[in-house]
Ligand binder design. Structure first.
Ligand code: FA5
Length: 351
């Protein structure tokens, strides 16, 4: 048995590897040397026939040779891969003069913007923000607000009922029809003085049209303390309308009925589109009336105070509920509420 001549083997390998031109040719050499039936398999097989003293030394030489072959093949492969990458990059050259893709930054929905502005104005007047759930108990939405079962005022709020196994108004669930139940939640949690606003979504089973939606937004306001009067309500709402719509806007208080306030009012503002000028009979927003209805308000009814364990002989308060969609329509002169919900970018991107 002749021993392998490593000098000869190395010389041959170097000749071959220096001559390769492609990645495939390099792979062919790898197979020839390191493959299952390759040169190294044969060398290892031959070791078995050697006497033990030769076996160890030759085995070491085989390993050294193998490591060298492997390193060189890997180096060659990397060279070809790098070259291929460079060529691809050359072909895919970036043209910096091309126009970029249009980039449209997002922004808040107009209703969210209006809600944020209203919240800021009231926070500036010292109001805190309160929250309540959209799934509410019948008791908080109606009962505690002086609208007992069977009261005709319930007909004004076409209510979505959530199936429940009980008739107990404290457990019967509905989708809240206004933000007024947050008044009840806050008063049950804290003693006067109270000065909160509660913005949020409300639900009514209404036929949807240009001025009505079945899901819309309100901001509730509630102030309770000793000696709170109707003058405080008027002053607060006048300051709010002037800050939001501008100094030239006038407010009008009309008597109205809500079971949870006494007296109750609806508050209108002078039309911000026609400014009640001579052309106003044709105004598309106020329809010639010169005034736009914006919110309901009033002095908190003593029965509401009794329901939350406040003493109506000691405390008085006022409350109001503003329709956000209505305010946004007045602000921007929009005549159809449905535009807010259709998600057309042409419409939304104007705000
Ligand atoms: C209420 O919801 C009372 N909770 C308001 C209130 C609070 C009165 C506190 C007194 C004291 P009303 O149903 O009128 O009242 O609704 C208030 C405002 O919500 C309306 O002025 C209107 O701007 C808006 N609104 C009512 N129904 C709809 C609807 N279907 N779609 C859009 N906006 C509506």
């Amino acid at each position: 048995m002749t021993l392998p001549n490593f000098n000869e083997l190395e010389k041959k390998f170097f000749e071959k590897i220096q001559g390769v031109q492609t990645l495939d040719e390099t792979e062919a050499i790898r197979q020839e040397y390191l493959g299952r039936k390759g040169i190294f398999s044969a060398l290892v097989d031959n070791l078995k026939a050697l006497p033990p003293e030769e076996k160890q030394k030759t085995g070491k030489d085989v390993n050294t040779f193998k490591t060298m072959v492997l390193d060189r093949i890997n180096q060659k492969k990397s060279e070809f891969e790098l070259k291929a990458l460079e060529e691809t990059l050359k072909k895919d050259k970036i043209d910096w003069t091309l126009p970029s893709y249009p980039f449209m930054p997002g922004k808040s929905h107009p209703l969210t913007q209006v809600m944020g502005e209203l919240t800021d104005i009231f926070q500036g007047m010292g109001f805190e923000i309160a929250e309540g759930p959209e799934i509410e108990t019948d008791e908080n939405n109606f009962g505690a607000l002086n609208i007992p079962d069977g009261h005709p005022a319930r007909d004004m709020h076409d209510t979505f009922y959530i199936h429940s196994a009980t008739d107990d108004p404290g457990s019967k669930l509905i989708l809240r029809t206004h933000t007024s139940p947050v008044q009840i939640r806050v008063m049950r949690e804290q003693k006067p003085p109270v000065r909160i606003i509660a913005p949020g979504k409300v639900y009514r089973h209404e036929a949807v049209d240009a001025t009505h939606s079945s899901v819309f937004h309100q901001i509730e306001g509630l102030v309770v303390d000793k000696n709170i009067s109707f003058a405080d309500l008027k002053g607060t709402l006048e300051m709010f309308t002037q800050r939001f719509f501008g100094k030239n806007v006038q407010t009008r208080f009309r008597p109205s009925y809500f079971p949870f306030v006494e007296p109750g009012v609806e508050v209108d503002i002078s039309c911000t589109i026609c400014h009640q000028k001579e052309t106003h009979p044709h105004c598309p927003v106020c329809k010639g009336k010169g005034w736009l209805e914006m919110l309901g308000a009033g002095m908190v009814h003593p029965n509401v105070f009794k329901a939350v364990d406040y003493d109506p002989e000691v405390y008085t308060g006022f409350a109001f509920g503003i329709g956000i969609e209505r305010v946004a329509m007045i602000r921007y002169g929009i005549t159809d509420m449905r535009l807010f919900y259709e998600n057309h970018l042409d419409f939304l991107s104007q705000f």
